[in-house]
Design a protein around this ligand. Sequence first.
Ligand code: IFM
Length: 443
Amino acid sequence: MSTQFPEGFLWGTATAAHQVEGRNYLNDWWAWEQVPGHIKNGDTSELACDHYQRFEQDFDLLRSLNQNAHRLSLEWSRIEPRPGEFSSEAIDHYRKVLQALRARSMEPVVTIHHFTNPTWIADAGGWEAPETAERFADFAFRVVDALHDLARYWITINEPTVIAYQGYVKGDWPPGKRYGLTRVMRVLSTLMHGHWLAYERVKSRHSDLQLGLAHHLRVFDPARPWMPMDRIVASAFERVFNQTILKTLARGRLVFPLTRVARASGPSHSQDFFGLNYYTRELVKFNRHYRAELFGERVLPATAPRSDLNWEIYPEGLYRVLRSMSRHGLPMIVTENGIADRRDALRPEYLLTHLTAIQRAIEAGSPVRGYFHWTTFDNFEWAEGYSAKFGLIACDPRTQERRVRPSAGLYAEICRSNRLPVSVELPPAPLDDEQPAGPAELR
Ligand code: IFM
């Protein structure tokens, strides 16, 4: 097997505005963080990585680590703080950010919506209100039109199913609802509608741009493959969490179970590339008490290695997902992949095994065009606060000190050579200078 990646392969890291910028006070997440008990250790995003101010130095660092691309998101609440009122100051800021990437020969990939909503959108019903689709599409058109000369790749919405699951099934994220399937499907339908409208509007003016979605796909396997009920719930998870929106997008119309609540349709082609966020697999076991979760209880494998968040490390899943998504016939970009590993003990191997999985998929015919490691620096990991450390670069939210981890050096060498090392001496496991994270709840 070749260890070389295709010419022009995009190598970078990914971030999201609210997780790194700091001082995002006008969105629903900021309001949510203020309520005790919502975020681990009482953390709030506050200054995060202060990236809003420090983006130039941060990009210098990434360039020095040989990255030729970068994924970031725009903060809707900064750009449109009140309905229909667009801040030229915020748009100018993002122009400077994208220019800074271009000046360093780094290809930007820009996400328009990464989890946060302006408070005025949340107050008007968030993604439960059908009008949010229109409002989002207006915003998307406006920002792409203002910045289209600086970025070719755009992602409309990051992880629609995660928004629906965390905010409206589990209730761990804003707006903190615990709904049954029907109301959750309404949320997902509005998200799909918003994507379709945004895609159509943007493409009608800027047909040359490449637009996609970032899908969070997990592999769902039966915990006990010999048990028919486990197999049934695992395939129900696959259908609802992965296939519902994939089929909806492929057919250009809502499919069951979304059709229980709405009958929207959109263009038959609404993704120019397939954005994939892959982290882990979940083993699912039938449990009749788990009605709200399709009777599936997620269980941990007894022996497999796991991240600080207890997510199974399963690189084979990335290969399986890439091969299976190839049937859509779209170029693919791995828009996120990474591990919470505060000691940087598992990350080097995680990187190598997941990149090997990508390479195998490419060899087997999957058109993968780029890889964005999640994430650049340790940042505000939503309900986990600062406790989950996904960064190639450590970042202390109090001092803002950045520290390049050994795995960032390994990644830099891969980015430079555009190939996997034939043999690699993994950096020694670091001294445990930080408290290990306690077991976290499964997502
Ligand atoms: O931090 C998140 C990111 O915002 C979306 N995808 C998963 C990451 C890790 O949990």
